[in-house]
Design a protein around this ligand. Structure first.
Ligand SMILES: *Cc1c(COP(=O)(O)O)cnc(C)c1O
Length: 367
């Protein structure tokens, strides 16, 4: 039945609490570390907050529901989720593929922590990931990749990994589960930062892992217990509180990103635009076949760094900030962080402003 609902309905229902007269309609934060034990030493559901707690369970149930997964596990950040999964699936002697055009700190982790353990780290561009997967034990794919917004064929990638017993992990941060469901396309695990569009208010850092294979999820949960990269109960509550409006926010963000991409593509100050929703974008065909929505990110190239700075300065709506997915439309010049992109390359994250206001503002700021 849930499959018949739209994304806003799914978002609202995902945070729904049991209907008990006199109890709060919305979830309440329960910031506890220790719980009363039973005198007979039978183990209660909750004993110590690092194993599990009621705040996580509510959020994990909602995330699993949205990702179409049997289970989800929350983490203190997207990187905490990704590195926990890598510790579980990448063993010495293995070959691990990471995107050369994806989130930069994943490459750093692979180079600084995996490679020294005798793990072969291969960096492959998102467009060439299927080829690299043919030789790999573990593939971490990101689609659309941040910041270049290239797309990889997840079904084909999953088939390639499966044919040689490899594990496919997909970073679903940019698309969100409202844009695509990698598990339904054959991924073994989803990892994501909930810091971005899912929570969407630029006020917390969180991550999660979702999957349906009990042994894999149990191993990730074990790593979380022993390594301890956990999400605080208050942040878990804030993510859950934000999830109810995720469908509504994401819909507007996608609409704004699409409108911006169309306007920017024909603007003389813009050298190039990438948005998987544009019919002539190189990723459009693939994106249309595996995504429900094309996301809130648009990547553009202006003449140079000064042009990006001038765009933000002249605009009344754009803010300069890293990260993305918040309610404000934001601009990040990625070369400042060392991403392998041109100095005038900017990643724009569409906010939830009125589309006409945003278009008018950005067009005027560019001229
Ligand atoms: C931001 C981001 C991460 C890291 O998430 P944090 O919550 O900042 O740790 C990982 N992958 C992608 C694609 C991201 O955009």
């Amino acid at each position: 039945m849930d499959g018949a609902y739209g994304d806003s309905t799914r978002s609202v229902k995902a945070v729904g609490s049991e209907s008990i007269p006199g109890q709060p309609v919305a979830p309440v934060p329960i910031p506890a570390s220790t719980y009363h034990l039973s005198p007979d030493e039978t183990e209660p559901l909750d004993s110590y907050g690092r194993s599990s707690n009621p705040s996580w369970r509510q959020l994990e149930a909602a995330l699993a529901e949205l990702e179409g997964a049997a289970a989800a596990l929350t983490f203190g950040s997207g990187m905490a989720a990704i590195t926990s999964v890598l510790r579980v699936v990448a063993k010495p002697g293995a070959t691990v593929v990471v995107p050369s055009d994806g989130y930069y700190q994943v490459r750093r982790y692979a180079a600084e922590y995996l490679a020294p353990q005798g793990i072969t780290v291969v960096e492959a561009a998102t467009a060439e990931m299927c080829g690299a997967a043919a030789e790999a034990d573990v593939v971490l794919a990101e689609t659309p990749a941040n910041p270049g917004l290239d797309v990889v064929d997840l079904h084909r990638l999953a088939m390639t990994c499966r044919s040689r017993g490899g594990t496919l992990v997909v970073d679903n941060t940019t698309a969100t589960p409202l844009g695509q469901q990698p598990l339904s396309l054959g991924a073994d695990l989803v990892v994501a930062s909930a810091t971005k569009s899912l929570s969407g208010h630029s006020d917390l850092i969180a991550g999660y892992v979702a999957g349906s294979q009990p042994e894999l999820m149990a191993a990730v949960e074990r790593d979380r217990l022993l390594a301890g990269p956990i999400l605080g109960a208050f942040e878990a509550w804030l993510v859950l509180r934000s999830l109810g409006s995720a469908g509504l926010r994401f819909e507007r963000q996608c609409q704004n990103a699409h409108a911006l991409a169309v306007m920017l593509r024909s603007h003389p100050a813009v050298r190039s635009v990438r948005y998987p929703g544009l019919p002539d974008d190189p990723a459009h065909g693939l994106a249309s076949s595996q995504m429900k929505r094309f996301g809130g990110l648009v990547s553009i190239e202006l003449a140079d760094a000064a042009a990006v700075h001038a765009l933000v300065e002249r605009s009344a709506l754009l803010i300069a900030s890293t990260s993305f997915g918040g309610i404000h439309t934001s601009v990040d010049r990625r070369a400042r962080w060392g991403d392998p992109v041109a100095s005038g390359f900017a990643r724009i994250s569409a906010g939830i402003e009125d589309t006409d206001d945003l278009l008018r503002d950005v067009e005027a700021a560019l001229s």
